[in-house]
Design a protein. Sequence first.
Length: 332
Amino acid sequence: MSPIKQIRSSGFTLIEMMVALTVGLFVLGALVAVLSSAGRSTKSNDQTSEMQSNGRYALNVILRDVEHAGQSGLMPSATLLTSQQKGFFNIASGVAATNDCDNTNFALRLEQPVAGSDDSNPYTMCIPSTSYLAGDILVVRYADMQNLTSVNPATATTPPAFSVTNDIFLRSSYAVSTLFKNGTAPFQIGTGPMQDQLLRTYVYYISPNTTGTDGIPALFRLSLVAGAMTPELVASGIENLQVQYGVVNTGGNTQYVDASAMSTWPSTTYPSWTQVKSVRVWLLARNSDSKGNGGYSNQTSYQMGNVNFVPTVGTSDKFRRQLFMTTISLRN
């Protein structure tokens, strides 16, 4: 009779199970860390991409407007700059902008293609103090080339076909220009060709909020729409705007100066706004997030013209930033 074989139970000992659990926890922890790092990296990349897109877009909007600055229809721009003294540039009776920035035909000063302020808000009549965060303010004015209509002198009293109530237009000829408002009777100026063009006036500034009180800074602009200065969002996440103006000095060289160094037209003191030949713009973009990036600290300083921007000195700033800069020549 053969001996009975004993079947031995197989399995893990308590020590083996504890070792296996420990190794598993290490592997799981490493996997969680990798996934968490990948998530933060993806979020950071998304924020950087958004910041770059916002900065480039905002700079391009300003660039397009400044390139058009001073466009004055059929009247040569050089003539328009001194035309108020000569009587060649007129403003029809009753023409004014609602919510004008200083109640002295601010929006209508086409003889000043560009203007602005240096790290201050002198335009509280149209930009409330609660809507201004910091930085320079840039003003751009021109007659829009879009919707341009040739006017027949024989039917000069016909309003522009593209009129909107209270729109303000520049009617120009080769010798005379006049601003008029839709609703007032357009009129003949001279006997030659005439054109009607919509007046564009923009005031760029930095607001502390994109919407409501979200704490996300943004580039806004006031736009002359239907005869009123109306706020428009340009791009979110823009924290600072700095502008310098290129003028030709007595030595014949271009130098860039701040708005505080400019004179008010028609002062003969050098330099005046009518002497601006180019504009240099700096925009500082940051994460469009009110809390920033939790694992990031930014103490980088950013040189913007006459301003050295340092994020929240003495504290741990969590916002990623990128500086954008361009120089724009005035074409008109």
